[in-house]
Write a protein that binds this ligand. Sequence first.
Ligand code: DLZ
Length: 163
Amino acid sequence: MSTTDLSHYDPSQVPSGEKKKVTIIVSEWNSDITFALRDGAVKTLREFGVREDDIVVRYVPGSFELLYATAKTLQFGNCDAIIVLGSIIRGETPHFDYISESVMVNLGHLNTHTKQLSGSSYVPIINGVLTTNDKQQALDRAGGKLGNKGVEAAVTALKMLRF
Ligand code: DLZ
């Protein structure tokens, strides 16, 4: 059983996000979860100095579409980092496994090819996609008892921007 608080971090170890541009791509599937992740990510980026105008939030229908949107953002997004937020919840069919695996594998692939896709610079892609066995596990990680994965994703983005 997980006990990690996804919202827990040491602020002294988080670099400033001043002058950085971040695009957040949010899946609308399970939006009660993903919008909470979005809110956690935006709040955290703002706390560390990213200007409101430098945070762009874009929406896609489901987690599978995060891949296309990430690839397109790399090419045309004019941003320094991309945070990808979704919530894939296990259902009665094997669909969960196919979508989860595809999203995870291909986000990894995109992350290692950002320079080729953007045509100019490396852009860290931060994986804020929850994959859970049920809705309660997702709620626990979207501002519930295990914190907010959106906060964790924002902190990770700030750290990777200084890598
Ligand atoms: C179809 C589907 C299902 C069953 N479950 C989820 C889910 O739990 N989380 C999620 O983000 N998206 C789900 N989708 C939608 C797919 O990601 C995608 O939007 C559709 O298959 C259309 O390409």
